[in-house]
Design a protein around this ligand. Structure first.
Ligand code: B12
Length: 216
């Protein structure tokens, strides 16, 4: 995508009127731009600029909230395109954003990609405490659990959840983690089964883990 096009996504994310982002995403779908490009370069690219401006205090929380609302709407419009290659259920995937953290755009993208790849997804939402993960794992018996965190402080909560799962289950699910501050090194340190830098990698990772269990 050209810089000017990414700029249009940026402007649409900043726009109080929600129809701007709706029109823009539809325009690009009609122009046959790949849905993955619209997502990764348009929407996520523009959100990256918002993130930098937020960090530099050029934007404030209400403006970022507005961008998040617009981003959700853009993703909603793109969803049918991204889910076009639907395949039968591969396994159960349970995901949540950990305690203390309310960021959910990335988590929702992971959910969308996992659904599109054929996983049955259980979404625990945001600000999910360790006990809630354990209860849900007990009830749902997922094959894979995903943890999302966007704050350096809540990354530490991931460590607690990852530690508690094998302690509570004799055949524990595989655990994958992700979110902007998370790294492969951190995932190794806390003994998660895998780290995914984006939603596409989340699917690859889940497939690999199930393959190693002989499930697919
Ligand atoms: C939007 C946003 C918000 C919105 C969130 C709205 C929402 N519904 O999510 C609002 C305004 C509410 C918000 C609040 C805050 N935010 Co904020 N926010 C952002 C921002 C700009 C974008 C995040 C985003 O959605 N990115 C786009 C998505 C698609 O990317 P992603 O989440 O990384 O997800 C991808 C991958 O990481 C991966 N992934 C994600 N989860 C998972 C899970 C698994 C299992 C796998 C495999 C992969 C995976 O796949 C995703 C898709 O590709 C970031 C800046 C940034 N650069 O990240 C700051 C940022 C995360 N926020 C920040 C801060 C400080 C805050 C606040 C503390 C601000 C405040 N003073 O109140 C609060 C915290 C609230 C809380 N308790 O959680 C800081 C964090 C700094 C730090 N190091 O901890 C950042 C980095 C901004 C900054 N540079 O300062 N924020």
């Amino acid at each position: 995508m050209f810089q000017e096009e990414i700029q249009r996504y940026y402007e649409a994310l900043r726009e109080p009127k929600i129809n701007k982002i709706e029109e823009l995403v539809r325009e690009f779908i009609e122009k046959h731009v790949s849905s993955v490009v619209i997502l990764n370069e348009g929407l996520i690219g523009a959100m990256g600029i918002i993130g930098q401006e937020f960090k530099a205090s050029k934007l404030w929380v209400p403006e970022v909230l507005l961008a998040a609302r617009n981003m959700h709407r853009g993703i909603e419009i793109l969803k049918p395109e991204l889910l076009k290659n639907n395949v039968p259920s591969k396994g159960k995937f349970l995901i949540g954003t950990v305690k203390g953290d309310i960021h959910d755009i990335g988590k929702n993208l992971v959910i969308m990609m996992m659904t599109g790849a054929g996983y049955q997804v259980i979404d625990l939402g945001i600000d999910v405490p360790q006990e809630r993960f354990l209860e849900a794992i007990d009830k749902e018996r997922p094959d894979i659990v995903g943890l999302s965190a966007l704050l350096t402080t809540t990354m530490l909560e991931m460590k607690e959840v990852v530690k508690s799962i094998p302690k509570n289950f004799s055949s524990p699910p595989k655990i994958i983690i992700g979110g902007a501050p998370v790294t492969r090194k951190f995932s190794e340190e806390i003994a998660a089964d895998g780290y995914g830098e984006d939603a596409i990698r989340a699917v690859e990772l889940a497939d690999q883990l199930l393959m190693s269990k002989g499930m697919i």
